[in-house]
Design a protein around this ligand. Sequence first.
Ligand code: HEC
Length: 137
Amino acid sequence: MKNGLKLLAMFLMVGTSFVQASSDAAIEERIKPVGEVCVQGDPCADAAPVAAAASSGPRSGEEVYNTKCAACHSTGAAGAPVSGNAAQWAPRIEQGLETLVSHAINGFNAMPARGTCMDCSDEEVGAAVEFMVDASK
Ligand code: HEC
């Protein structure tokens, strides 16, 4: 019985120091990275706003196509050349990318200016044209 108590006491001690050790590690983890923490005024702080701005930067061609152009260009509505249809796109691609982009931006017959995406930049419309052209070769 005495031995049993000793053993229990030992377990408690070992257990306590183990808990102590692991919370030390947790504290170290929390206070550790002086080099990784970005303090205002440090050079690393300048990088943060750039990363934040990138997420609201220009949409990709695929994104613009899917949200703004696919309504007509995946179905052929109003006679739109279907994205992925090489035969329909070949004669258009022959005009050159610059002409295609300009037609997409300014409108061309039943193709409405900017595909009706009034908040699309020239760059975003151009990226969407390139996305369709690449998909239709
Ligand atoms: C309301 C339907 C509609 C939407 C939306 C639309 N298009 Fe079109 N698009 C057309 C039609 C119709 C044509 C064919 C015009 C023609 O050749 O007479 C066309 C043609 C084009 C052409 C070929 C122009 C040429 O010179 O042959 C490009 C490039 C193009 N669209 C890009 C886009 C892009 C990029 C978007 C999205 C930002 C878009 N379109 C959204 C209907 C649409």
